[in-house]
Design a protein around this ligand. Structure first.
Ligand SMILES: Cc1ncc(COP(=O)(O)O)c(C=O)c1O
Length: 406
C-alpha cells in the first residue's frame, strides 16, 4: 500500500474541507494586518477571531522597537541554540524580567508557546511519573502528555471530585511523581481552572501543578499577571506558562518556577536545546511589551470594557455564553452542521462580522460555538454593529436560544 493513499481520501482532520480545497471555513485568508477591521474575500469585516487581547498588534511604540531591532540584528540573530551559541545578555535579562513579573524565582524562554509546553512537560515528566490533565486542555498539553512518555489520566473538565479520584488512583502506585496539568483560562470556553481547589488537592496528594495561562497572562488579575494572580495562587502554582502569541502580540513563550526546576528544564527541554534561539526582534519587542503591560493598565481596562459590553449585549438578547469568566466570549447556538455553516457565512457575508465557528467534538452535537475574542482595539461602534448583527441572526434564523444547555 502507498503511504500517500490517505492524501487522496477525505480522512484525517477536517478531511472534507481539505478535499474541497476550502478557504472559507478552514484557512480563510485575512488581510492585511491583525486588528478589529480586516479584509476577507475583498470585503471589510469586523474581526472577532484574533487573540490580540490588549490591542498591541501594530502598536506604534512596539512597531518602532521591532524596526530598530531588525535594523540592528537583521532576522538571523542569534545563530544557534541557547545551549551552544544562541545565548545573549538580552535573552537572560528578559527571562529575569518575566520571572520578576510573575513573582517567581526563575524563567525560561521558548520559541513558540507550543514548543514551550512540550519542552516543559516532557523534560519534567519521566516514564515513572504520572500526568493528571483536564480533559479540555489545549492540544499542546495533550501532545506534551504523550511526548513525556509517562503514565497519564484525564479528569473531567474542572471537576474537582474527579481530579481527586484520579489523584488517589495515581497515588496507589508507589513510584514516581504526579503533575497536574490545566489551562488557566480555557481558550475555547473562557471559564477558569479552579486554581485554589487544585492547589489544595495538589498539596493533599503531594503533587505539582503546571498551568498554561496562554489566555490569562496580561489579561487576568489586578495587574495582569494572570489567572494565578486572579486566584491569589502565584506562590502555590509550581510551574506557570504563557505564550507571547496572545496578549503580547508576538511569538515565543516562557515557563517560570523555582530556580533549580527551571535550570533542570533548561538542560533537558529538547524543544529548546535542539532548536535555534528566539530571534532578537522578539526578545526586544517582548521586553518593550512587558513595559506596557506593567505601566499601562489602560489596555487591560479597555479590553475588559469591550468584553463586558459585548457579553452584556449578547446575554440581553438571550444568547447563552456558558460559564465564561474572562474576555473570551463563547456564543452557543443550537444548529445542525449545515445550518451552523450557513450561520457563519451569514455573519460574514450579510453582517460583515467575522467569527470562527467550532463544532462537535469541542461542543455537543447540534450546537455551534461562535468563539469571539474582544480586544482593547475594538471600538464601541464595533460592539454596537456586532450586536445588531447578532440580533438579525437570531431573528432571521428563528434561533431557539433557550434550547442550548451548556
Ligand atoms: C492554551 C494554549 N497553549 C499554548 C498555545 C500555543 O501557543 P503558540 O501559538 O505560541 O505556539 C496556544 C495557542 O493557541 C494555546 O491556546
Amino acid at each position: 500500500m502507498d503511504i500517500f493513499n490517505k492524501c487522496h481520501e477525505d480522512g484525517g482532520y477536517l478531511g472534507i474541507f481539505r478535499m474541497m480545497n476550502d478557504k472559507y471555513y478552514t484557512r480563510p485568508i485575512l488581510n492585511p494586518y491583525p486588528g478589529p477591521e480586516m479584509e476577507f474575500q475583498g470585503k471589510k469585516v469586523i474581526t472577532w477571531s484574533i487573540n490580540n487581547y490588549l490591542g498591541l498588534a501594530r502598536n506604534e511604540d512596539l512597531h518602532k522597537v521591532s524596526i530598530k531591532s531588525i535594523k540592528e540584528y537583521g532576522s538571523s540573530s542569534p545563530m544557534g541554540s541557547r545551549m551552544l551559541t544562541g545565548n545573549t545578555t538580552k535573552h537572560e535579562a528578559l527571562e529575569e524580567r518575566l520571572a520578576a513579573f510573575e513573582k517567581k524565582p526563575s524563567a525560561i524562554l521558548f520559541n513558540y508557546g507550543y514548543l514551550g509546553v512540550l519542552g516543559t512537560m516532557s523534560s519534567i515528566v519521566h516514564r515513572s511519573d504520572t500526568i493528571i490533565i483536564d480533559k479540555l486542555s489545549h492540544a499542546c498539553m495533550i501532545d506534551g502528555t504523550f511526548l513525556a512518555g509517562g503514565k497519564y489520566r484525564f479528569y473531567k473538565h474542572n471537576d474537582m471530585d474527579d481530579l481527586e479520584k484520579q489523584l488517589k488512583l495515581a497515588r496507589q502506585r508507589k513510584t514516581g511523581g504526579v503533575l497536574i496539568v490545566t489551562e488557566g483560562v480555557f481558550g475555547m470556553r473562557g471559564d477558569l481552572a479552579k486554581l485554589d481547589q487544585i492547589c489544595d488537592l495538589k498539596d493533599k496528594y503531594e503533587a505539582r501543578v503546571f498551568v498554561d495561562d496562554a489566555h490569562g497572562c496580561g489579561v487576568m488579575g489586578a495587574t495582569g499577571r494572570g489567572t494565578t494572580e486572579h486566584f491569589g495562587m502565584i506562590d502555590r502554582v509550581d510551574l506557570y506558562f504563557s505564550t507571547f502569541a496572545k496578549a503580547f502580540a508576538a511569538i515565543g513563550g516562557f515557563t517560570c518556577g523555582d530556580k533549580e526546576v527551571i535550570r533542570y528544564i533548561r538542560y533537558n527541554a529538547r524543544t529548546q536545546i535542539f532548536a535555534k534561539s528566539l530571534p532578537m526582534v522578539y526578545v526586544d519587542t517582548v521586553n518593550a511589551t512587558l513595559d506596557k503591560i506593567e505601566k499601562e493598565p489602560q489596555h487591560r481596562e479597555r479590553l475588559w470594557e469591550v468584553a463586558r459590553m459585548l457579553q452584556k449585549g449578547l446575554k440581553e438578547m438571550g444568547y447563552n455564553l456558558g460559564d465564561t469568566q474572562s474576555p473570551i466570549t463563547p456564543v452557543y447556538v443550537p444548529a445542525e452542521p449545515d445550518v451552523a455553516m450557513s450561520i457563519v457565512a451569514h455573519l460574514r457575508e450579510k453582517e460583515g462580522v467575522f467569527v470562527s465557528g467550532v463544532m462537535y467534538p469541542v461542543v455537543p452535537k447540534g450546537v455551534i460555538l461562535l468563539r469571539m475574542i474582544p480586544t482593547a482595539a475594538h471600538s464601541d461602534e464595533d460592539v454596537e454593529n456586532t450586536l445588531v448583527a447578532f440580533k438579525n441572526l437570531r431573528d432571521e434564523y428563528h434561533l431557539k436560544l433557550t434550547e442550548v444547555k451548556m
